[in-house]
Design a protein around this ligand. Structure first.
Ligand SMILES: Nc1ncnc2c1ncn2[C@@H]1O[C@H](COP(=O)(O)OP(=O)(O)OP(=O)(O)O)[C@@H](O)[C@H]1O
Ligand SMILES: [Mg+2]
Length: 241
């Protein structure tokens, strides 16, 4: 068993009166794609942001490649590519300029920008202003930015929410290829059970700050016809009422 890339141990987080995350533990090995599923307010973003070092747990422990955030910020930032639940770009920059800006943070040049434009399928939009991109193109740009530094870990918070089925499938193709061609570990939060089934080897179903059920996609699909049905059997409701 290889060392875990991410280890989350009994993590708690509250905001004023809301207990957002209540004692979650998770281990993510190298190369694994994990789906975090759960309805609005389940605590997915809070958990992912703690792993990203954006939020601090009230208690519990998070390590990335065996290291805590405190004192290792620069090193850990270089290992992680992320896209937040809502990505804002600089509207007046073009696609290639936006990628160039992020590339420069890592001392990468035009060559990497061109690779990313290809990976994200944005060849025809390279000179477009970001403000003129469609929702799906914007999300592909966000994933491209997350990948610019060839990260060991990719954290995507609802990368396909609000996209039409075609745009969603285009994002799936980018991520499937990444899975085939790299050892990147990924945590993806989503409301789409099908997305989890299609992309991820491991599924974690959250509600009200706790893990209701987790296992390999295969294990969970052996228990129910699909993840939607499993979710109903766990919670008594559909993810979208
Ligand atoms: N900064 C904050 N201040 C106060 N409450 C917060 C804050 N961030 C999150 N919460 C609360 O914590 C709970 C978990 O929120 P979180 O954003 O983690 O859920 P989520 O699973 O990502 O939901 P969604 O599917 O809607 O994105 C919610 O009740 C939310 O209102
Ligand atoms: Mg969220």
């Amino acid at each position: 068993m290889p060392d875990p890339v991410i280890e989350v141990k009994n993590v708690w987080k509250s905001f004023k009166t809301v207990q957002a995350v209540k004692g979650i533990s998770l281990t993510i090995p190298r190369g694994q794609f994990i789906a975090l599923l759960g309805p609005n307010g389940a605590g997915k973003t809070t958990l992912v942001e703690m792993i990203e070092g954006i939020q601090k747990p009230d208690s519990g422990e998070i390590t990335i490649m065996g290291k805590h955030w405190k004192g290792n910020e620069d090193e850990l930032h270089r290992m992680i590519g992320l896209s937040l639940q809502e990505t804002r770009f600089i509207d007046k920059l073009r696609v290639n300029e936006t990628l160039g800006l992020f590339a420069s943070f890592f001392n990468l040049g035009r060559e990497r920008v061109n690779e990313i434009i290809k990976i994200a399928g944005l060849e025809e939009k390279r000179k477009s202003l970001v403000v003129n991109l469609s929702g799906g193109q914007r999300q592909r740009l966000a994933i491209g930015i997350a990948l610019i530094n060839t990260p060991l870990i990719l954290l995507l918070d609802e990368p396909t929410t609000g996209l039409d089925p075609n745009a969603r499938r285009e994002i799936w193709e980018i991520l499937k290829r990444l899975k085939r061609e790299s050892e990147t570990s990924m945590i993806l939060t989503t409301h789409y059970m099908e997305e989890a089934e299609k992309l991820c080897d491991y599924v974690v179903i959250m509600d009200n700050g706790i893990i209701l059920r987790e296992g390999t996609t295969e294990q969970l699909l052996a228990e129910a016809r699909n993840l939607d049905d499993l979710f109903v059997s766990l919670t008594g409701r559909r993810i979208y009422e």
